[in-house]
Ligand binder design. Structure first.
Ligand code: GAP
Length: 498
């Protein structure tokens, strides 16, 4: 598997991702996306939005603000609970995330451990400061991850940058139902930036300080969380599963199980929760991710967030172990009840037919970082092959995700081939994202496209000038076929958007 460091430098070389404000030394955990990176990132967001919002008639979208009234985060519990544990070196004053330190030194998972447990492990194993190797470490303290900013000229008023997009959905919940004629069950989806002042951002795009989230809150009647009429669409999806019970065992065993079995055996308690878990797993599979590298892991009680009754993570087997790619929590009515209490506003829904007032439950909150998904799709698609004694790097990205769909090359820049190639390129780019390249040998041009995942390359040669046919080269099979210009677009559409 490609390492994180390799993927990081590859992303820089190929124009996917750069360190932000690099000219001035950058800021840890903050990155900018380059020309091909932004295309891949936009394609991921487009696919998510299409599948979650456009393909579901009971899901709508919104786009909330980043700077939010501090009361939102008091009500949500983030002011009190959104903390990581930190230790400080008494000698060099380095501040280190305690669970990461324990994981790094003892090579054992420390997710969900409390301050006392972390302190005990640090003391028992005499773990020194990882920076200066000499200093003693302080007691384990709490560090709130939210960024604060001033609002207005007084310098006295402050607000938070949102650490998740979800709360904006809860705080706009009433306005949205009043203007969108929604009835339960329904979802509200959002894509947008989130900010967390991570103690130790690391692993490139995996843990950042500024990132983007794709989240959907699915609201249900509390007694109808299993009345899901579209479950059949996902029930046969099979996926590797690690239950909470298995994690308590000495050698935990992963099993391949269908979503139907997970629901029937009551491992996933509500049908809507099971539906969205299955739907999200299927999304990754449909976009080409290798099922062997994905698993569902149930949260053990100690690691559940303060708002969650049950959470399943979709995890990926990274170079640094199985880690969360996406979380899908049952948030109950925690958030709406909290906002109703803090704002003193009624956030219930009234059903005219049954004369009933209910505060809906969030039966499922699929939540994934765009950047983390970006990194994972890249790692999963990255391949190195040997072709005729030469190393070829290629990205086997699903055509829907590929930044460029077709590259157009004249074999040589003479005998009208370049003019003809330009004409074809100008026509094609009206329909699909294309790239024109006439510099370097044809082999080099192919390799440059393989490296950014372009599924097809078209070459215009001497024969094109005589019979209007081109060669169409397939990134994955390396096959080249002669195709007439008349049938080119039909063929491309079939392969790219089938
Ligand atoms: N609303 C629920 C929520 O925010 P979370 O598990 O804290 O839950 C959801 O975050 C997803 O956001 C994660 O599964 C991950 O994909 C992404 N994410 C969280 N923190 C991140 C970070 N520091 N850098 C990049 N992505 C992050």
């Amino acid at each position: 598997m490609v390492s994180i460091d390799e993927i990081n430098s590859y992303c820089k070389r190929r124009g996917f991702v750069f360190p932000s404000s690099e000219l001035y030394g950058g800021v840890a955990g903050i990155f900018d996306y380059g020309p091909v990176g932004v295309e891949l990132k936009n394609n991921i967001k487009k696919e998510w939005w299409k599948s979650m919002v456009q393909d579901h008639d009971n899901v709508v979208g919104m786009d909330g603000s980043i700077i939010t009234n501090s009361k939102v985060w008091e009500a949500s519990g983030h002011v009190d609970n959104f903390v990581d544990f930190i230790v400080e070196c008494k000698k060099c004053n380095a501040r280190i995330r305690a669970d990461h330190l324990v994981e790094d030194v003892l090579k054992t998972p420390a997710d969900g451990l409390k301050a006392k447990e972390l302190r005990a492990l640090i003391e028992k194993n005499k773990i020194p400061c990882p920076e200066c190797k000499k200093g003693q470490l302080s007691e384990v303290g709490e560090f709130n991850l939210m960024f604060k900013t001033n609002v207005g000229p007084s310098g006295k008023e402050f607000a938070y940058l949102r650490p998740e997009t979800a709360q904006l959905i809860f705080t706009q919940f009433k306005n949205i139902i009043e203007t969108s004629r929604l009835s339960l069950p329904f979802g509200i989806a959002q894509i947008g930036k989130a900010f967390r002042n991570e103690i130790s951002p690391r692993n490139f795009l995996f843990r950042m300080r500024e990132f983007e989230q794709m989240e959907m809150e699915f609201f249900c009647h509390p007694k109808k969380k299993s009345e899901c009429d579209i479950f059949d669409a996902v029930k046969k999806v099979e996926v590797n599963v690690l239950t909470a019970e298995q994690q308590g065992k000495k050698s935990p065993k992963m099993q391949t199980v269908s979503i139907d079995e997970l629901f029937k055996s009551k491992l996933i308690k509500s049908k809507w929760h099971a539906y969205w878990i299955g739907f999200r797993v299927k999304w990754y599979f449909d976009l080409g991710m290798n099922p062997k590298n994905l698993r569902l892991r149930e949260h053990v009680p100690a690691e559940l967030s303060h708002y969650s009754a049950a959470t399943w993570d979709i995890e990926y087997n990274y170079e640094f172990g199985w880690k969360e790619l996406e979380g899908i929590a049952d948030r109950t009515d925690f958030d709406l009840q909290q906002h109703a209490t803090y704002s003193k506003k009624d956030l219930s829904i009234y059903n005219e037919a049954t004369k009933e007032k209910v505060v809906p439950h969030i039966s499922a909150e699929p939540s994934v970082g765009v950047d983390r998904a970006f990194l994972t799709f890249l790692i999963d698609a990255y391949a190195e092959e040997e072709v005729k004694g030469e190393k070829r790097v290629l990205l086997k990205l699903h055509p829907q995700l590929a930044p460029v769909k077709v590259a157009v090359f004249p074999l040589v820049k003479k005998e009208g081939m370049d003019t003809k190639a330009r004409e074809i390129y100008d026509e094609l780019r009206k329909q699909v994202p294309c790239f024109y390249d006439e510099s370097g040998s044809i082999g080099r041009r192919y390799r440059r496209q393989d490296e950014i995942g372009t599924p097809f390359c078209i070459t215009i040669d001497g024969q094109t000038m005589q019979d209007n046919t081109i060669t169409l080269r397939n990134r994955d099979t390396l096959e080249q076929e002669r195709v007439s210009l008349m049938e080119l677009m039909t063929k491309l559409n079939k392969s790219l958007f089938a």
